[in-house]
Write a protein that binds this ligand. Sequence first.
Ligand code: COD
Ligand code: ATP
Length: 200
Amino acid sequence: MNIGLTGGIATGKSTVSSLLVARGALLIDADQIAREIMLPGHPILSQVAEHFGQAILQEDGSLNRKALGNIIFTNPEERKVLESITHPAIRRIIRERMVDYEAQYPNKLVVADIPLLYESGSAYEDFFDEIMVVYIPRELQLERLMKRDGINEEQAENRLRAQQDIEWKKERADIVIDNRFGPEETEQQIEQFWRRKGLG
Ligand SMILES: CC(C)(COP(=O)(O)OP(=O)(O)OC[C@H]1O[C@@H](n2cnc3c(N)ncnc32)[C@H](O)[C@@H]1O)[C@@H](O)C(=O)NCCC(=O)NCCS
Ligand SMILES: Nc1ncnc2c1ncn2[C@@H]1O[C@H](COP(=O)(O)OP(=O)(O)OP(=O)(O)O)[C@@H](O)[C@H]1O
């Protein structure tokens, strides 16, 4: 069985995926894949640099994440260009890993953590048995994001605006994990999900 795990920025996807992995789930992490394709020498990074210019690279040729983030989180058109380069590659790698894991470990739960699962359209939605959304109310999302990344309210708002609203995602979810309370409450919901699915 597989699930797509999503939510908004800083709603707690990594927290929830760690709880699932601790129970034996296999994880595919879209943010990690996004970093792999941006490593020096990768053809995707070359395409990105071709469009955005050398200013988004550090002297050693690696990606200057801050510089690229500043461009795409304040300019939706540039964000679309970046996504048109990165998303097809990310999607392909996720699908390949999913197929591999499911063939190798047919009794395990495979979890794909994809921040922009819904934003990417039906390409992903049809791919998973179920979609789990990690939810917290927007004000708390803003607060946790500012604190975790050490950014101000305007920068955090820009990042939130680059994604679909968390309430909208919650409405569409097959499974909602409400992560606004403490870690114990979240763990309880994961345990319930695990039992309901007969995973052990
Ligand atoms: C722009 C980049 C370099 C900024 O790097 P930075 O280290 O500041 O952020 P990081 O990669 O840790 O991402 C943090 C979060 O930002 C959000 N985010 C990232 N890219 C996007 C985007 N194109 N649109 C909306 N939100 C995004 C996601 O919620 C993600 O979890 C980086 O996010 C990137 O390469 N983005 C393009 C690839 C992509 O779309 N990744 C999302 C996973 S599918
Ligand atoms: N139940 C909780 N109570 C308090 N703080 C939490 C809780 N869950 C997560 N956090 C904190 O909120 C922040 C965001 O969590 P996390 O990094 O798991 O989110 P994420 O959805 O994976 O984020 P991103 O998509 O941006 O990588 C972190 O600083 C984390 O420590």
